[in-house]
Design a protein around this ligand. Sequence first.
Ligand code: AHR
Length: 506
Amino acid sequence: MAIEAVLNVDLDGPRISRHLYGHFAEHLGRCVYGGFYVGEDSDIPHERGLRLDVVDALRELSIPNLRWPGGCFADEYHWRDGIGPKEQRPVMVNTHWGGVEENNHFGTHEFMALCEMLGAEPYIAGNVGSGTVREMSEWVEYLTRAGDSPMARLRQANGRDEPWPVRFWGLGNEAWGCGGNMTAEHYAQEARRYGTYCRDYGDNKLYKIAAGANSADYAWTETLMKQLGPLGCRHIESTAYHALSVHYYTLTGPTWEQKGSATAFDTDEYYTTMVSAARIDEILSGHAAVMDCYDPGRSVGLVLDEWGTWFDVEPGTNPGFLYQQNTLRDALVAGTHFDVFHRHADRLVMANIAQTVNVLQAMILTDPDSQAMVLTPTYHVFRMNRGHQDATSLRVDFRTAPPSRRVGDATLTTVSMSASRKDGRLLISLSNLDADTAADVEIELRGGAVETVEALILTSGALQDHNTPQAPSAVTPRSYDGVTVAGGRLRAHLPAHSFVTVSGAL
Ligand code: AHR
């Protein structure tokens, strides 16, 4: 029996901001150094030290924004250490991530060059934890002020005449933890203070993002919202910050010390991962509900600026480098996150997967020995879902109950989907999370028709399958003929553990 669903093609939901497909690059392990940046003396093809195959692969994803320099690193980073001649830049210790030396060769100019090459907007996380208001204020001036001013002159002296457009600005990171161990009340005051001195220069208008809650800490969100206006005020005018962030990671193991292997897991562990991933819906709903009380007009944005799977590091690698492989399981985590993001597009304005290269749920892994570059299954989900960026979301409702299974105390719905419309095309994403059983879905299309469809499938023999330099296409999308359309009904056969996208002209 097919699972029945209804899709109203002509009833517009909220626009899916392309920024929900955002990225994150921290000075952590081999994300920046050895990932994006190989240095100007490298034999690997590069431009100004930026690895070209990595940039080209990421351009295929149309990545809309890149968050940098952290993470926890952001609250230890002093931007003036990362400008000027490289040989004169001071060395520091990256205390959070492996205690290694950071030579500051990748700094502001290198990051902005990377963003320009990627075609991505920069999202800079400023230092609240160990920095000063002046330091942050001057960084904004350095980046964005044209004409004559001390920081504009300094930038010009370092080879860049024109200011850069920078919209997204983070006021610290995880202020409840590595970003200063503050209480919500204390941080809310700090965010107002720092936000006040991050100025708009010329046409550059900052969109300031306050460091938000850890997972389900709704009280943190409430404290930050209270700072912006009274309960139920209809319109919030704030120059201190325009959005709040939240971080939510998909964890599997019973304790932080035992997060589980990225590749060696059994079916029970797989389902535990998927339950943890599905919780993102509850987390976003909870924060959005609190925000609705203070901002019913939804002018304050919610920014999930860290999400993704977090497993034990690969055996033999530096525990501080957070290097993990990426399997079909990670792809299904990503696919179901995007379905949830699309449903929350009226409040969720940005999301950033952690992290883009060689760290946590990466798009790209680079081999430190052979220097080979590998695209992960997660990369392919971003690629397959690219058409949802800046599209109009469309509601898909199940008419018959979707399949589900008990996992411990939780119930996991094992078919997930979302849809959007853009430029006269329909795009539907479907995931079957069942490890062993296929699912058939029949979707009645109302208010619009597609004559023909094209489908892609991402699946593999085993959930544990992943890509390596020796087998770079073990998990890769293939065109798929298991989707048909006739008489206004779209029928999709979803093999066990598969991610499918379907598109067609309306
Ligand atoms: O992404 C890795 C780390 O996770 C980030 O530095 C920090 O913000 C979070 O705890």
